[in-house]
Design a protein around this ligand. Structure first.
Ligand SMILES: Cc1cc2nc3c(=O)[nH]c(=O)nc-3n(C[C@H](O)[C@H](O)[C@H](O)COP(=O)(O)O)c2cc1C
Length: 353
């Protein structure tokens, strides 16, 4: 029988997974050797988290970490996704069984090293081996990775994903939510989900301006002289510094698919970490396109809907993915270490006999 101490240790590793806006939307119930995982619905209340898909992706990364940590300690993690019919907040049941032989993937130590890196990346061309290795990683249920690394396409995709910064400064809902989860000091960050301003990699003058942008009134004034477009252009340069921009794609868009995409994302991200490569998800526009496609446009202006639809169409053309579901868009490359690390909450675990 596996001890409570070891289960706790495995979960404490797993919660270092990425999550939209560092929302960490999970809690755990443990009975014997089984861990039930629940989504904290509503914690990541951004427009991007359409149908909780961002949450499911994060939960996928979380259970991938559980599988890696369990293997490290000599256990096998058997997963059942969405074990309760009609309950999408019960994302997985994981049963831990002693493994016949200990399998060390080398990814365990990367779990705590992995971090979102929003820096300007160094000029670095991925080797053929690196590209093949990354694109060769496959997830269950058909999740796969597509990369583009030629300059022209990287530059085009960099401009497309920078639409995010325009929306952030032109859409009050997106703006207000982001600023509600920004933590400005170490003190403010403690014990709460959310994003520390230092992880955004803003230069001192940008950080000063960013503080002023907290006020929607100020943003509206600044936009009259073109602030949102200027900032999107500056961010496109950061994104264009990447060695490659890619996506995780899937055949369909069920909650299970997003969980499998999350597993693949985490597996890839940990592998890249071990190889000295950095990653930043840049996925906001892809999620908004799914919202529009489903007819849920309530908070988006007609102009923004058009921009998002065009961005989605161009992304699909550049990546050559037709109608497949995009679970995540990301950029990768070589970079200095991030300036700060996201704060991770201790896990909420309920134990029963
Ligand atoms: C579904 C999902 C979407 C995300 N989208 C973005 C994004 O558009 N831009 C960004 O900079 N980071 C994005 N992130 C990264 C999170 O902000 C990051 O994981 C979180 O702040 C915790 O930081 P960490 O990854 O360093 O642990 C996303 C993460 C997930 C799981």
């Amino acid at each position: 029988m596996i001890s409570q101490k070891l289960i706790k240790e495995i979960i404490e590793e797993a919660v270092h997974a990425p999550s939209g806006d560092n929302s960490q939307p999970w809690r755990f119930e443990v009975r014997g050797n089984e861990i039930d995982i629940y989504n904290l619905v509503g914690r990541d209340a951004t427009l991007f988290n359409f149908k909780n898909r961002g949450d499911f992706l994060a939960h996928g990364a979380l259970i991938e970490n559980i599988a890696i940590a369990a293997a490290h300690f000599g256990y096998k993690a058997e997963m059942v996704l969405f074990p309760e019919v009609g309950r999408n907040d019960h994302t997985a049941t994981v049963r831990l069984e002693k493994a016949v032989e200990k399998k060390e993937t080398g990814l365990f130590k990367a779990i705590r090293e992995r971090a979102t890196n929003r820096k300007i990346y160094q000029s670095y061309v991925l080797t053929e081996e690196e590209k093949e290795y990354i694109e060769g990683m496959k997830g269950e249920g058909g999740a796969e990775i597509r990369l583009v690394d030629n300059r022209e396409d990287v530059n085009k995709l960099a401009t497309i994903v920078s639409l995010n910064e325009r929306l952030l400064l032109e859409n009050k809902h997106i703006h207000d939510f982001l600023f509600s989860i920004i933590r400005w000091t170490d003190e403010e960050e403690k014990g709460k989900p959310g994003m520390h301003v230092k992880t955004l990699e803003l230069a001192p003058p940008q950080r000063f301006a960013f503080r002023r942008f907290k006020s929607w009134k100020f943003v509206e004034c600044a936009n009259r002289i073109g602030a949102s477009k200027f900032i999107a252009k500056e961010n496109a340069k950061v994104y264009a510094s990447s060695s490659a921009i890619g996506a995780i794609i899937m055949e369909s868009d069920a909650p299970k698919d997003f969980m499998q995409a999350g597993r693949l994302l985490e597996h890839m991200w940990l592998t890249l970490t071990n190889r000295g490569l950095s990653l930043q998800p840049v996925t906001a526009v892809a999620y908004l396109a799914q919202r529009i496609k489903a007819g849920d446009v309530s908070e988006l202006s007609a102009e923004h809907q058009e921009l998002i639809k065009r961005a989605d169409k161009e992304t699909r053309e550049i990546l050559g993915i037709g109608d497949k579901t995009i679970a995540m868009v990301f950029r990768i490359g070589k970079a200095d270490k991030p300036s700060g690390r996201a704060f991770k909450l201790g896990p909420d675990i309920r134990w029963s006999v």
